[in-house]
Design a protein around this ligand. Structure first.
Ligand SMILES: [Zn+2]
Length: 473
């Protein structure tokens, strides 16, 4: 925080909802930056200061702004494409051509849209790029405009250095990853599939694990759980509430929800989660470390599973999970309810089927009065193979920059646009070299450490160059 006067003006601003302009905050003068660091910072600033929220923003504006930057940097018009799938919604795709080989291109993906941010809730103006106290602030600095700025800057650098990759390198900044109605990746796969005809994709979702400021591991997201919502519904003839009967819609539904709430799906590891626990064991203290080592060896180790299930983060890696998230029922205070409904949100392991999960839920509920129906259809998202080439290069550069740090594959419980790509058979990896700690992504005062941004830039530059250097595998 700044001087007392600044603190008091900040408090005043926060209390009165007045958003003070960026110059009200003592912005740090960026330290001496290399040519490419300052380019990345510049692109970052420009991206953050273009509002790309669903409500009032425009990802099309951001896509065009970055397209102008690329053309100004010398990329031919034919290699810089902006696709507007609906008004205000835009996707930028740029290509650095490689040697003409049969090798398919690789794709560096990030999204332009950001979740909403109410200025009155923030301490700093969310749509102004602020550098203060060795920290970058602004909506999207962690999710996901940092990746966009980094991918564009490294591509411009490779081109300026005359680097000719052994295959094309494609960088895409797309729209509506955050749940908007016009997902850019889905649209491109459907309408311009040739642009995403790639061998694999490097996407958001990975990152560094830090505890108390200490780097623990460099995590690579290689798998995502799939999302399936189910509706639970009970109907009943109803009647007057003054003459109640035991057969009550809300009672039946509540009984079902309590059973689901206490039920745990069986432990089921896959290559990614087994490796995750194996490699996380040595860096995880307490009782969790040994339990991880045990479960990786024997997934049927009940006591190890019980210990790990005590931590929601590890529990969600062990098994499919289902939880009640929404509830409605009844139509009048003095009437017996004729209908009661609930939504149960399931995060299903990649190799488990939603049909089996539905059957299990019905068995657990064990009440024919409760109808279980899927809401929409979960997209399949097969785990991406941990190929020695890719993992080998990630490990090599990780140890160059952060000696001794283990690289650990992870399975996300949340979803990224990787679900569309994996569903289309395109392996996708969350990797970024970002050691951010707590960022407040999707929340207030989104922030990242300045140095971690520049380290991630260096990491991705080295990784992409080594993955596409001629003669490497
Ligand atoms: Zn994101």
């Amino acid at each position: 925080m700044g001087t007392l006067r600044q603190v008091s003006s900040l408090v005043f601003a926060a209390l009165s909802g007045v958003v003070l302009p960026a110059h009200a905050f003592a912005q740090a003068k960026p330290r001496d930056l290399s040519r490419w660091e300052s380019l990345a910072r510049d692109l970052f600033k420009e991206l953050i200061e273009i509002n790309t929220t669903e409500s009032v923003g425009s990802t099309a504006k951001a896509a065009h702004a970055m397209a102008s930057r690329l053309k100004a940097a010398g990329f031919p018009d034919s290699d810089v494409v902006v696709l507007e799938n609906t008004p205000r919604k835009g996707n930028l795709i740029v290509r650095l051509h490689g040697r003409s080989t049969p090798k398919k291109p690789i794709l560096l993906l990030s999204h332009l849209d950001v979740v909403e941010a109410k200025a009155e809730d923030w301490t700093l103006p969310p749509f102004q790029f602020i550098e203060k106290d060795d920290t970058f602030f602004g909506r999207g600095v962690a999710d996901d405009k940092d990746d966009g700025a980094i991918n564009l800057a490294l591509l411009m650098r490779l081109r300026a250095e005359g680097f000719v990759p052994d295959r094309d390198i494609v960088v895409a900044l797309t729209t509506d990853e955050e749940g908007g109605p016009d997902n850019g990746v889905e649209w491109i796969l459907k309408n311009r599939p040739e642009l995403f005809n790639v061998e694999y994709v490097l996407n958001e979702g990975g990152g560094g694990r830090i505890r108390e400021g200490r780097k623990l591991s460099h995590d690579v997201q290689a798998s995502e759980k799939k999302v399936q919502n189910f509706q639970l519904e009970v109907t009943n003839p109803g009647g007057h509430s003054s003459v109640p009967v035991k057969d009550n819609a809300i009672t039946h539904l509540s009984g079902a929800l309590v059973k689901i709430g206490t039920f745990d799906f069986p432990v089921h590891l896959n290559d990614v989660t087994r490796t995750y626990f194996q490699r996380s064991a040595p860096i995880t203290g307490g009782t969790m470390g040994p339990a991880m080592a045990a479960i990786a060896v024997n997934p049927n180790d009940v006591s190890a599973a019980a210990i790990l299930s005590g931590d929601p983060r590890y529990n969600s890696q062990l098994r499919t999970t289902c939880v009640a998230t929404m509830l409605e029922g009844g139509h009048a205070r003095n009437a017996l309810p004729q209908r009661a409904r609930a939504t149960v949100n399931c995060r299903i392991l990649p190799d488990e089927s939603p049909v089996d999960v539905q059957r299990t839920l019905e068995q657990v509920i064990g009440d024919p009065k409760v109808a279980v129906t899927p809401i929409g259809e979960a997209r399949n998202s097969p785990p991406s193979p941990l190929t020695p080439d890719l993992m080998g290069q990630i490990e090599r550069i990780t140890s160059q920059m952060w000696a001794g740090l283990p690289v650990i594959p992870t399975m996300s419980t949340g979803a990224t646009d990787g679900v569309y790509l994996r569903n289309a058979g395109i392996p996708t990896y969350g990797v970024a070299g970002q050691f951010y700690g707590d960022t407040g992504a999707h929340g207030m005062n989104e922030r990242i450490p300045v140095q971690s941004f520049y380290d991630a830039l260096e990491f991705m530059y080295r990784l992409v160059k080594s993955l596409t250097r001629a003669g490497v595998s």
